[in-house]
Every structure is written in structure tokens, then in C-alpha cells.
Design a protein around this ligand. Sequence first.
Ligand code: NDP
Ligand code: 2IT
Length: 449
Amino acid sequence: MSFRTEYMQDLMSRVEKNHPAQPEFHQAVKEVLLCMEPVAEKNPQYVQAGIFERIVEPERAIVFRVSWVDDNGNVQVNRGFRIQFNSAIGPYKGGLRFHPSVNLGVIKFLGFEQIFKNSLTGLPMGGGKGGSDFDPKGKSDGEVMRFCQSFMTELAKHIGPNTDVPAGDIGVGAREIGYMYGQYKRLQNEFTGVLTGKGLNYGGSLVRTQATGYGCCYFTQEMLATRGDSFKDKEVVISGSGNVAIYAAEKSYELGAKVVAMSDSNGYIYDPNGIDLDAVKQLKEVERKRIKEYLTDHPQATYEEGCHNIWNVKCQIALPCATQNELNKEAAETLVKNGVIAVAEGANMPSTPEAVDIFLENKVLFGPGKAANAGGVATSGLEMSQNSLRYSWSFEEVDEKLKLIMKNIHSSAREAATTYGDADNYVLGANIAGFLKVADAMYMQGIAY
Ligand code: NDP
Ligand code: 2IT
């Protein structure tokens, strides 16, 4: 897709020039700006107030050294990041990713997406993201703890319950959040809701662990319902086998579907009987092993090396829940050929722009990450509310609120898409609905000269 207006094309060219060698960030910005052309035409006040120019520039970017000592006594150095992208509607909010592929451009793309996602939840949260190129794989608990403590020693200077509230993402789960929370508390002598995704015994919210995966299925359910359809008796393919993938699989089963394939970064498993989710949980959540080991106790299953071919497995519902750009044009064409009805992004930007075009052209129900995976951060927002209240809600109460939020995200995306002429285009709808709330808040708050 290319720009129709000189104004947006110029802005995009400036982003590319001012943020060189950050292809993921360019990709995320381009997708949003393409959807903004009709918005700019309808709302000249945004152009006049420089909203588009301002929204693509992070308010603050923090890059820092994280040094720590490994089990052999050797000094290790990693790089830490926190992008405080936009605080127009609330404190910066977004996860921390620990993965060797992390760099400034990756964190900027994630922080940018988070602005619109958080706005869509209807909760008062700005957009932020952070992380490190640290690889938790193969590290001992002690090494992970020392890394997390060193990371938080710097990060603590920049965050706070009313300033910036990080959470988990790839490579950051309950263990890492615990170590970071402990260090924050030691440094600040303060027990506050400065992180979300905390353990249930020290301020965490019920359902936060399940929220992104469950929310992704609730969103898919809403899309399917517009065509009188549901999860019942569908075959589902889910990439990844981490936090998001596991709970997307759990909810898919609860809704009457069968999950036939899952993956990790090495390869994918296919089980014609339906993936045994307890076995995957044991392997991944408890033993931290590779998905290949599933075959040991499941001889009917098959394993293929390389994760990308998972999209060759026939399914009616596809949920990419691993990482960015994991589903390309060829994969999208194969899914369409095999009769896919709905694709919802549990991960952030897992489909390439060419893949998204294929889905839209073929009238596949396509839920973009900003909308479909917003259940995680929405439940983080609910964790913040509970921390402020010094109270905790039951599993059922939080799950009901999550369902309602996902329903509302679906209807506001659909409404915005309808207003702008393409009811089934959730990419357009989510970007516009997410943008308008932030843009109006920025407009009302003026510009500091
Ligand atoms: P986890 O670390 O729990 O799991 C990540 C999964 O994706 C693992 O199976 C991992 O395999 C796989 N994976 C990671 N990197 C790659 C890669 N480069 N190629 C192929 N597979 C890869 O992370 P989450 O489940 O939390 O996150 C998954 C996605 O969901 C991310 O895009 C994240 O940004 C997004 N997300 C997460 C939310 C949350 O609440 N956690 C909320 C909203 C979105 P391996 O074990 O081999 O590395
Ligand atoms: O991408 C995301 O929305 C997350 N990783 C969750 C962020 C959060 O603050 O819960």
C-alpha cells in the first residue's frame, strides 16, 4: 500500500530519515499513517496542531548499560531500554522484553503500537515499552535475578506508579517481574503497584496470566459472531508456546475448538488428536524445555524443524502468538487456500503488511494485535485499579471485566471502520478508534513552547 496524500508521504519520509535503520518502527508507523489519511482530511485541526508529527516522536527514550556477574564470575554487559512514548491519556504503560533480538527500533515499534492499544482498552494508560538484549534462555535463576536487579537499579529512576508502569512481554514472566519488583522496593522503600503481572501474593491480579490469550479468543469470538459463526468444532493453529499462546489454546478448547499445532522458535508440533495442553504447560512453564520434547509422550504427534511452516497446517482459525513478522505473504496465501476464516494477532505485528493485505482482500476476519491482544494490558490496568483500591477482585469478576473490554474494543473498532467506509477492516478501525482518543487529549493539553 502507498500513500495518497503528499502530507502523510512527507511525514513518513521524515520518520525514515530521523530514525534510520529501524525497519520495525517504520513498518508500525506506516501502517498507522496509511489509516490516518482520511482522518487528517476530516479533522484539519489535528494537522494544524501538529498531532501526527508529535505522535510519531517518543516523548522520551532511555538507553542504559546493564552490567551483571554470571555464575562463572565473569562480567556481562547488556543494553537496557525504556521508551516513554506518549502520556496524553495516562502514565506510560507497556511491557519489558528480554530477547537477544531487542534493539532501539524494536522497542520503539512496540511502544508506538502500545499507545493505540492502550487507548482502545478505554482505561487511562499512556504508551511505553522497554527491555533488553539479555537472553534468559539457558541462564540460571541466580543469573536471571542478578540481571533483573541490575536492570531495575537504573530503571527505578525513571518509573513510578503514576509515571510509568512496566509489565512482562517476551522473556519476562512472573519470575522476572518478582525479581524486579523486589529490587524496586529495596531501592525506593515503597510498596506500590509500579509493575503489573505481579505474583498473586504481593498485589498481582487474578486472570493477568491468562488475559492476553483469553482476550485474543474473546475478540475472535466477537469477529466470528458478526458472521453467525463461533469457535465450536474449528481447528486452530497457534504459533508460539509462551504465555500468550498457552492461554489462547486454553480458551480455544473451552470454546469448543481443537488446537492442532503449536511452536517455539526451533520448530512446530502437529497433533491430529488435538494438542495436550497440560503437557505443553509442563514443558514450557515448569521445565523450560523445547517443544520438540512433546513427542516423547505423544507418539501420534509430528515435529518439523523451523517454526515458519506452521502456517501450512490446515485450520479455520489462526492465532499468531510468537513474535513480529512471523507470518508472511506466502503463509497468508496458504492459510487462505486452506480455508482460514479468522486470524487474530496475539503477538505484536506478527503479520507482515503483505500478509495483512492478503487477509483483507480475501475477506478473512482479521484482528490486528492492537485490538486482539489488548486484553493483557487491559488486565494490567485492572491490576493497577486493584492496587490503588488496596483490594482484589475474584477471578470471575476480572474475567467478566476483561470480556466486556474485549467486546467494547471490537465494537469501537468496527464502528470507526464503518464510519470510515469499510466495516470489516479492523486494521483501519482499531487504528482510528485508538488514535482519536489520544489525539483529542493531546489537542486539549496544548503545546509547550
Ligand atoms: P513468551 O516469552 O512467554 O513466549 C514467546 C513465544 O514465542 C515462545 O514460544 C518463543 O519461542 C516464541 N518466539 C519468541 N521469539 C521468537 C522468534 N524470533 N521466532 C519464533 N518464535 C519466537 O512471550 P509472550 O507469550 O508473552 O509474548 C508473545 C507475543 O505476544 C509477543 O509478540 C508479545 O509482544 C505479545 N504480547 C504479549 C503480551 C503479554 O501479556 N505477555 C500482551 C500482548 C502482546 P522460544 O521459547 O523458542 O523463544
Ligand atoms: O504488548 C503488550 O501489550 C504487553 N506486553 C503487556 C503490557 C502490559 O503493560 O501489561
